[in-house]
Write a protein that binds this ligand. Structure first.
Ligand code: GLN
Length: 309
């Protein structure tokens, strides 16, 4: 299959810029409100180790919900499949990512999947350590291994801004604590979760993470198995069934690759055996996905024939 060319990527990134007018920057996390909707960037990192980028490739954004995939991989590696799925389900949902109704309706009362906020909070809770610092370190360390860049860190301002306003996530935690899905301090859990969501990187660094998933968990440079193949497969399957929230169905039709979005305006995509793709543009549609990112992935998938279906 043809590898993405930088020239084409530049053209597409320029072409989709105008779509930012059709969306709105997330404002429920005060620090995200300040993002400039005109910034956009894209990168593709092939399983051969080549990386191309276009737009503001040096701009760093926070991972937000993309971090849910990484926390899930860490929890699977630490505790195994059956322990993780005793706390969180495997089914997609047609509800928004912040849904509260799904945990109440499910019997036993556990969040329906690890890509909605409730499920991600339950997963992060499994990374328990001495305190939130220890929990967060496990995720950050994993990010350092995947990217090969140990300078990557979280943005304290974004984390604090979300922590101080996370009333809905706080209530999801208390509901789950009442039902025995999460244990320990809700505040420590929220501290870890908001830091994991606030991990900052650029499109090239994120595309490399995608390339490792595309390569069945094997690091492109060292050949080391960083994620067991089966765990990488579980993560990618969730990306297909619920990675784009309640827009996962139309995304599967229009793009057709495992992908995960975050409310900062980022989307991570995985093209099996070929590479990882990361696109960024802060203006979101009403489901919380980057309008520029969606359009860009649609064009790329169409041109290169990426759909798995
Ligand atoms: N930090 C965000 C939240 O929990 C992540 C949500 C998202 O990116 N969809 O609300």
């Amino acid at each position: 299959m043809e590898i993405v060319s930088e020239e084409k990527l530049e053209k597409w990134v320029e072409h989709v810029r105008i779509y930012a007018n059709n969306g709105k920057v997330a404002d429920y996390i005060p620090a995200l409100k300040r993002q400039n909707p005109e910034i956009n960037a894209a990168a593709f990192y092939s399983t051969n180790g080549e990386c191309v980028g276009a737009g503001q490739t040096q701009y760093t954004f926070t991972l937000q919900s993309v971090s849910k995939v990484l926390a899930l991989a860490v929890a699977l590696m630490k505790h195994g499949e059956s322990a993780v799925f005793s706390r969180v389900g495997k089914e997609p949902t047609s509800e928004p990512f912040y849904t509260i109704s799904k945990i109440e309706l499910e019997r036993p009362s556990k969040p329906i999947n690890p890509m909605i906020n409730a499920g991600a909070l339950a997963v992060t809770n499994m990374l328990y350590g001495e305190n939130s610092e220890e929990m967060f370190k496990q995720i950050l360390h994993f990010v350092h291994k995947l990217t090969g860049d140990s300078t990557i860190d979280y943005d304290p301002e974004v984390a604090k801004s979300e922590y101080e306003t996370a009333f809905l996530n706080r209530s999801l935690c208390y509901f789950m604590k009442q039902n025995g899905i999460i244990t320990g301090s809700v505040e420590e859990l929220l501290d870890t979760y908001t830091k994991q969501c606030a991990i900052r990187m650029n499109v090239k660094q994120l595309a490399k993470i995608g390339a490792i998933f595309a390569n069945d968990g094997v690091d492109i440079e060292s050949g080391e198995q960083l994620i067991p193949r089966h765990h990488a497969r579980i993560c990618k399957t969730f990306m297909v069934t619920c990675g784009m929230y309640n827009e996962s169905g139309s995304f599967a039709i229009n793009v057709g690759i495992p992908a995960k979005s975050g409310v900062s305006g980022v989307i991570l995509g995985v093209v099996r055996d070929i590479g990882g793709v990361a696109v960024f543009g802060p203006a979101l549609d009403e489901k919380g996905n980057s309008v520029v990112g969606l359009k860009l992935l649609e064009m790329m998938s169409d041109y290169y024939g990426w759909s798995i279906f």
